[in-house]
Design a protein around this ligand. Structure first.
Ligand code: ASP
Length: 328
């Protein structure tokens, strides 16, 4: 009897995510911008369906593969949905162009890949993963990154593929508002619609990823936190997996994702406490700085935001889905 207990304890500690029906994937689709009172049934359903679809795709990929597969599949689904500010549906900069950024990190090896300033690779998250796995680099940008990923066989598209009516309208509104009051939108952006995921597979390996079009009406060439390892994305088995959304400049300066992980790793902070504390310590800006999701090997989840909402969801090992937008 005792040997069964010992064997079970060893199994559980070797594969933390196997114990009970733990969360294996947590995702976000950005923070803020949608007041509860303006949430119609139709909008609510559109976001919840898109989040659930991403969770199911990620879950399937984790079951047959790894946490990296789960992160990539979930983010790819959100990039393809045209609902979020990533891939199709990305926002426009001041020049009326879309510059896509993404990153991914493997918690087991701490290998990472990132890409910025691209608009010809259909799925930026796959570009980040390709750079991580196939190149000798971590971070590639612009035309060179696109050429490299095309040569590696990634699906390429015309920049027009990413265009959506709603993102274009958001740019026009931002332009009009900036004309009325210079810089107003940069202080209080309407919506951080970046997407991200953190996953744990049956071997207990963590992974995290983030993908974005940046922020509407920012200057051409501006890069936020999403493709910056340690700022918008971080994963390390000994700590946790983190993905952020929000005003990128603040998340870069405070190296938010790695700060959370190091509090967990070196100080033994609970995941939720570390996430809440780091978010609270960000400078206060109108509308709130943003949101964070995090997951550890034991299936502990943290989802924190200082905006009026965070599009978010989780899925357990057995496939139980939970999604939310506002406080519930
Ligand atoms: N963090 C992203 C950026 O600053 C924006 C977002 O989260 O939507 O580029």
């Amino acid at each position: 009897m005792r040997s069964i207990h010992v064997a079970l304890a060893l199994l559980l500690s070797a594969s933390p995510c196997l114990a009970q029906d733990k969360v294996v994937l947590v995702i976000h689709g950005g923070a803020g911008g949608l007041a509860k009172k303006s949430l119609t049934h139709e909008i609510d359903k559109r976001y919840r369906d898109a989040l659930a679809l991403a969770l199911m795709a990620g879950h399937k990929a984790i079951k047959s593969g790894t946490s990296l597969d789960g992160v990539e599949a979930a983010i790819k689904t959100m990039e393809d949905s045209a609902v979020f500010n990533a891939g199709k549906g990305a926002v426009f900069n001041r020049d009326g162009r879309q510059e896509l950024n993404s990153s991914i990190m493997d918690g087991k090896t701490r290998k990472a890949g990132a890409v910025a300033g691209i608009n010809r690779i259909k799925n930026p998250i796959s570009a980040a993963r390709t750079i991580m796995e196939k190149s000798e680099h971590v971070f590639m940008i612009g035309e060179g990154a696109e050429r490299y990923c095309r040569d590696q066989g990634l699906e390429m598209v015309s920049p027009l593929y990413f265009w959506t009516d709603s993102a274009w309208k958001e740019l026009l509104q931002a332009e009009a508002s900036a004309k009325r009051k210079a810089g107003a939108l940069l202080k209080d952006p309407p919506h951080y619609g970046t997407v991200g995921a953190a996953a744990c597979d049956s071997d207990g390996n963590l992974a995290a990823g983030t993908s974005t079009g940046g922020i509407t009406y920012v200057g051409p060439g501006r890069v936020g936190d999403s493709p910056i390892i340690g700022a918008g994305t971080y994963a390390e088995n000994a700590a946790c997996a983190v993905s952020c959304t929000g005003k990128g400049e603040l998340f870069i300066r405070q190296t938010v994702a790695v700060d959370i992980a190091m509090r967990v790793k070196y100080r033994g902070d609970a995941l939720k406490k570390a996430t809440d504390d780091v978010l609270r310590e960000l400078p206060k800006i109108p509308g709130g700085a943003g949101g964070i999701i995090a997951l550890d090997r034991n299936g502990n989840v943290a989802m924190a935001y200082s905006t009026n909402c965070l599009f978010r969801g989780t899925i357990t090992q057995s496939g139980k889905i939970w999604v939310a937008i506002h406080e519930e």
